[in-house]
Design a protein around this ligand. Sequence first.
Ligand SMILES: N[C@@H](CCC(=O)N[C@@H](CS)C(=O)NCC(=O)O)C(=O)O
Length: 211
Amino acid sequence: MKLLGSYTSPYVRKISVILLEKDIAFELVSASPNGRDACVTAVNPLGKVPVLLNERGEGIFDSPIIAEYLELAHPEPPLLPADRLEALRVRQIEALADGVTDAAMAIVRECGRGGGPDENVLLNQRAKICRGLDALEEHAHEGRLLNGPTLTLADIAVACTLGFINYRRVMPNWCVNRPMLVALAERLFARTSFARTAPPVAAALYGTEML
Ligand SMILES: N[C@@H](CCC(=O)N[C@@H](CS)C(=O)NCC(=O)O)C(=O)O
């Protein structure tokens, strides 16, 4: 399999972690979003990464769809519960985590804009992040995130979100009053799959080029 993108993207990281956790061999092919790489737009008209090329060369895009595909094609170890309603609950948390990432990314973009950021945009996106992280903290308290024995897609998505917020220093004080998320981040970042997909520190200095 080939994965198009780079580890500066939290969505690419999410898929890479899944591939590593499922022990699926893959090659990360460095590719840029926003129409800068024809190999991306050839598969995804939206020009976004990640894009997965499977063994037959078929392209799959949008990280939740890729995650679903990998779960179907490589069920072991499962990252979703067998019960479909329970699986939907895990996917709901994945969607929430991805939405927080979207908001964090909007802040990074806004701050990189010439002429300085629009404070209203920053306030709006920060509010989404705060509400989203509070809800995730609540899910963790309810035992819906790791702190139990079984790793799920929700844990992976949430840890990728927290990793991105840290990496781009979007909200340095997110840890305050969110002990369950701190514990989740500590446990997940210690896994080989996360250590192997850490975004390159120097790339954070390149501004918004890879967003
Ligand atoms: N919903 C998509 C979001 C992917 C996404 O926004 N990727 C960013 C890179 S981190 C991108 O390609 N941005 C370019 C764009 O928005 O045109 C997913 O989960 O895969």
